[in-house]
Design a protein around this ligand. Sequence first.
Ligand code: ATP
Ligand code: MG
Length: 226
Amino acid sequence: MIELRNISKEYRTGKISVQALNDIELDIRKGEFVAIRGPSGSGKSTLMNLIGCLDRPTEGTYILDGVRVDEMEEDELAAVRNRKIGFVFQTFNLINTQTALENVELPLLYAGMRRTRDASLKALEEVGLSGRLKHRPSELSGGESQRVAIARAIVLDPSIILADEPTGNLDTRTGEEIMEVFNLLNDKGTTIILVTHEHSIAGHARRQINLLDGAVVSDTGEGNAT
Ligand SMILES: Nc1ncnc2c1ncn2[C@@H]1O[C@H](COP(=O)(O)OP(=O)(O)OP(=O)(O)O)[C@@H](O)[C@H]1O
Ligand SMILES: [Mg+2]
């Protein structure tokens, strides 16, 4: 479903240019559970941003579900993103003044839907958080906050979830619980791609990809075992 061909990404700030990704070739199939690892600055977040249609490559071809997205304009890209991809972040990125339920309803409201309650309740139930609907982020634990963020990511029923260091702000045990939530979603067929520094967290994924200096240096995926 995800096909990256000769993908490169160069950032330019004034006269300085950084080659963040260098000639990446990568296929990720529907239903895979992939962990991306690599040292700081190796290009992990850049790769996630490209896969998530938040940014475009400077070179190369990106085909998502048979459609070329690397040449799309921003509004088309946003439409693809809203339809297919859910994002989870290290710092949860919840709205502090809104309740758990309201946070999960937001993507539905942005998508112009009027009936937001049932889908939001279902998403919160899926992440095991039906008992905290009226709590605001300040009244939730880190693990609970991340569950709300995952519910928000799945409420529009995306086929892909992208998570950049989703357990980075959590203790080991809570991190493991969050990984159980991702495991359940993957069992239901959702493609999961996550960035992590932690070996134990990466162990939950069925495929591990290592980046170094913007290139794939190892990939345990089928046909690529290293
Ligand atoms: N918006 C940007 N403008 C300019 N340079 C950038 C930008 N984003 C990232 N870079 C540079 O691109 C390289 C890759 O950055 P990236 O954020 O993808 O690394 P990372 O692997 O996610 O690192 P970390 O583990 O610290 O999150 C780095 O050298 C970084 O400085
Ligand atoms: Mg990063």
